[in-house]
Design a binder for this molecule. Structure first.
Ligand SMILES: [Zn+2]
Length: 385
């Protein structure tokens, strides 16, 4: 069975109670506790606001792999993919059997439940847990650090979401997924630990690029001394970062979670079968890079002050007070020759009438219309049509 075939059966293992990015600790807790006994659940500790952080152990093999998600509370895709994977691993199939025999998996889903509660990146102390490795001022960071020290995994999967504004070099498509083997020093050195992570990623890319062509990029590998991935790599765990980005018409990332699941699964298969050993760092570095060449909205052929220009517009997404929805505020991010860029939505302003002003770095506040109808309208940064 290959990954593509497995995805055609996705509905048989999709965790159907998770339908958008706004699920909470109380939504995943019953899912953890109803897992069959082959999944060993252990409470590792509590978040600042007293929510349990749990580890789920599965598999009888020798190769230890640790997977953790949602260190950033508003980055939910990895958690959804983990619960899809829990369901998949309970099905009768060759891949689940191979992983079970060769690996022991330790999952920590939703490392930051307090952030998830209000849909913010940071924890209840307003600290970015993924910049807290050295100081370890957050209980969540302490728990994660301790879990790695105790389990001593050979491989680690660090599961995140990135901005939807990353694109893939040359393709100009959204970077729906990005991968990285984080650096363990400033010189971006490559030792055996990091090389193994690169080889697994090269293997993952080879599989996923067939399913999701032109939508996968290599994340920037600048060394961040305070981050967990960089430090776990230094501590001897071959760490693989997976970032979920954007995909057209998928704001709740329900398509992206499939590809995220498929990435984790193909990574685990690569580790269990040791197929990564056939990959090279050259293959890893030939994955196209993440670039910033897309906008949320791009308007071409707009006449501003007598010249024809393109206008790039992006939104910032902010959580509403209930933590279960967001609002978007749009601003003008670029004006001029944007012919090397693309966008999720592209408009041609040729023959259109502009009402209002387009001002660089300010909230979008204008209306674009043709003879028949309004094409695009913003009021104080809010999208009206
Ligand atoms: Zn993150």
């Amino acid at each position: 069975m290959n990954i593509q075939t497995i995805l055609t059966h996705y509905s048989t293992f999709e965790e159907k109670t998770l339908t958008n990015r706004f699920f909470k600790h109380e939504d995943i807790l019953p899912l953890i506790h109803q897992l069959p006994s082959e999944f060993k659940v252990e409470q590792l500790g509590n978040s600042v606001n007293g929510k349990s952080i749990n580890a789920v152990k599965w598999g009888n093999g020798k190769i230890k792999v640790m997977l953790w998600s949602q260190m950033h509370g508003d980055e939910a895709t990895g958690t959804m993919a983990i619960f899809d994977l829990f369901n998949f691993l309970q099905q009768e199939n060759d891949m689940a059997t191979l992983i079970k025999d060769k690996c022991q998996l330790l999952f920590i889903p939703m490392v930051n439940p307090d952030g998830a509660a209000v849909f913010t990146r940071r924890n209840a102390q307003q600290i970015d847990i993924n910049r807290d490795f050295l100081q370890t001022a957050t209980p969540e960071g302490k728990i994660l650090k301790q879990a790695r020290n105790d389990f001593e995994p050979q491989f680690g999967f660090n599961l995140h979401d990135q901005t939807t504004l990353w694109s893939v070099a040359d393709s100009l498509k959204p970077a729906t997924l990005s991968y990285l083997a984080p650096a363990f020093d400033k010189a971006l050195s490559i030792n055996q630990v990091r090389e193994n992570a690169m080889q697994v990623i090269a293997d993952m890319f080879a599989k996923l690029d067939q399913i999701l062509p032109k939508h996968i990029g290599l994340f920037d590998d600048e060394y961040e001394p305070r981050a967990f991935g960089d430090n776990f790599q230094a501590a001897g765990t071959s760490t693989i970062l997976i970032e979920a980005g954007g995909y057209k018409n998928d704001p709740e990332k329900q398509q992206i979670r499939k590809y995220f699941f498929a990435s984790i699964l193909s990574g685990l298969i690569s580790i269990a079968s040791k197929s990564y050993e056939k990959q090279t760092t050259t293959n890893y570095f030939s994955i196209p890079k993440n670039t910033k060449q897309i906008f949320h909205i791009l308007i071409n052929n707009l006449v501003l002050a007598g010249v024809t220009v393109s206008v790039g517009i992006n939104f910032d997404e902010c959580p509403n007070a209930d933590g279960k929805s967001t609002y978007k505020s749009y601003s003008i991010q670029d004006i001029g020759d944007l012919s090397f860029c693309d966008a999720y939505d592209v408009y041609d302003a040729d023959g259109c009438q502009l009402n209002g002003n387009i001002i660089f770095n300010k909230a979008a506040d204008f209306e674009l219309s043709n003879e028949k109808q309004t094409v695009l309208a913003f009021k104080d940064g809010y999208l009206k049509t």
